[in-house]
Design a protein around this ligand. Sequence first.
Ligand code: AMP
Length: 414
Amino acid sequence: MAVSPLIVPPTSTLQNGRAVSSPLKNIPSNIASAQASSNGTPVATQVVPNATAAAQSTSLDLAEQLNEEEKRKYAKGKKLGEGTYANVYLGFLRSDPNQLVAIKKIKIQKEFTDGMAPDAVREIKHLQELSHPNIITLHSVFSSKDQNLNLVLEYLPRGDLEMLIRDTENIRYGAADIKAWMGMLTRAIWFCHENFVLHRDIKPNNLLIAADGEVKLADFGLARSFSDPYKPMTATVITRWYRPPELLLGARHYSGAVDIWSVGLVLAELVIRTPYIAGESDVNQTELICQAVGTPTEDNWPGVTKLAGYAAVKEGIPLRGRDHYMSLFGTLGVEGVDLLMKTLSLDPKKRITAREMLKHDWWHKDPRPTRKQDLPKKSGGQAKLTEDLKRRPGMVDDDRGSKVARKLDFGAAK
Ligand code: AMP
């Protein structure tokens, strides 16, 4: 899957297959490892210092040369948007200006002495490995002046799912559209988990829409691999409103179930067109989960009382039953509600997996999912909706706050 960044493909056209071209000379060795293992250079057991220095300077020159070549392939245009750690620009391939790309220029983060923002490192590492129609394609990486990293990404001109959800005045959609969008999201997350990657920031704002209506999972800045079940991981990941109870209670060992909870909340939000569990603080988020789903106890979640944050869990609210979910999400039908309830299981061990989700009856029941070319589109052509539209009424700064928190707290995410 991963291709050596030093093998520069003949990119006169953009390829959808994974052939990320990049000199990557500034990327830490754990990411650029393919470079060492696949460039065919025999490893010397005894090296003469001068020869090493000469080889290093030759390879540096080569890396610089390749970087220049890669950079020259693209022209950068207007700014498309700004994220926590990057500005995103529209770009195109000089050899074929019809081929548009998004160039994500990583902001210099002085707090990281080696100059590499961990979000960027994660994004490159995982996107290089994951090639799937519902996951954004990373075409290339190059560094520009001042050692700024630039990620050349597939251009996704139709905004994101959050814009569609919030634009209640102009965008109408129904159960068949929700099923189509959820199918694409579920396939994306299934593919991540099959490849032992946790996304850890699934939310409507990170589901970008291609010109043909295909939904693509983007922003792998908090992703990590989970192949070692004994290695503790940080609990402070996933935007609060989409964060599962095990993380809010401080679990350091977790699985793909954390993403599934977020997927369930995206499904709920698609139906009610507002975030379903929107806490104002982490404590409030846990309280709201108890109200919406039920209080975790040893009965419904064996072992939960041993989690560090459990002491703060208050009164016992019984688990919500099917009737409660039917009253709120009945437009999904009985099977849709069943799937939703299985994604919102408090006990992560009992939560449905992405693979099981794909086998659920809901997909085969009427209505059939809408064809991607017939899905509702955002109004106003390719213009970006204002930032205000992205916020929930009455909670103006929460999402922005969580982005700042993410920058502050999650920088050291392991
Ligand atoms: P991000 O840093 O990934 O959150 O991106 C910031 C903003 O840039 C997003 O909210 C989008 O408006 C825009 N953007 C990011 N990636 C793309 C893309 N591949 N195609 C088009 N617009 C994008």
